[in-house]
Ligand binder design. Sequence first.
Ligand code: C2E
Ligand code: CA
Ligand code: CA
Ligand code: CA
Length: 278
Amino acid sequence: AKRQLGNGIAFFDDGLHQDAIRGYEIERHLQSAIEGKEFFLEYQPKVCLQSGEIKGVEALLRWRSDVLGLVSPAQFIPLAEANGSIVEIGRWVMFEACAQLKRWQQRYPGFFLSVNISMVQVQRDDLLALVDDAIAISGIEPGWLELELTETAVMASPEEYITMLKALKSRGLRLALDDFGVAYSSLAYLARLPVDTLKVDKSFVDRCLESRPDRLIIRTIVQLAANLGMVTVAEGVETEEQRKVLEAEGVDRYQGYLFSRPVAASKIEALLDKSLQV
Ligand code: C2E
Ligand code: CA
Ligand code: CA
Ligand code: CA
């Protein structure tokens, strides 16, 4: 249905119109979400494919708005990136995640935590200061903190980011390339980037049983990572059949609903305590 608004903008699709309204509502309520304590973190285990042990977790941001209810990060993060509020939200995530990591480091030595970092944050000079503050205030051992950056964004202009990535590495933390395999990375740049982990994109995991090319891409990423001294993590693993393929291909770790959805910190502790007993 074509609709004419007062300002002359025509909407040809009610669905699109609804999306625009929803986007506007999300942006409006995002402003007060931090002060309103509407954000919280969930954690998804990263599991060793060989041993089945939980090696660490990825922190994933959740927003329960008083007005809008639970809003998915896939919806609000792009809007927060567009209007710049991701910087403040990203600060909150970093401090919250590091405080949690500190508690876990005392109880579970060798346990690591990954935090998603928006490229909007990487493009700002104050990311280093944020990382330094979060490490100092939380008192964590930085070697057990990993930052996840998307391959697509980093590879869009690797020359621009390499200095920042090296500065981050000099703090002793780890760097991961998220959604790896979809961005046609330049191998020359990949070899020069101070990256520790490649996260095999979920799309390859989804198709690895039916599609030989997708399975071969996973195999190639594993070889590449091994040659460059990097660790591989497969994301979005939902079935035991997929897990077996990933194990056979030599992927180091996996994440996905098969093992656990992202859950509250207390649930992670219950899982770890259970696995320490056996
Ligand atoms: P991502 O970093 O690629 O995170 C993986 C997403 O896949 C998460 O969605 C996770 O809940 C979901 N997932 C995990 N296992 C499975 C599975 O087996 N099947 C399926 N279908 N999905 C699975 P989520 O939590 O909705 O986050 C979506 C995206 O939002 C993330 O993608 C990341 O790009 C962004 N995001 C989340 N938290 C943060 C954050 O704190 N900061 C920033 N900058 N971005 C974040
Ligand atoms: Ca959510
Ligand atoms: Ca991620
Ligand atoms: Ca990902």
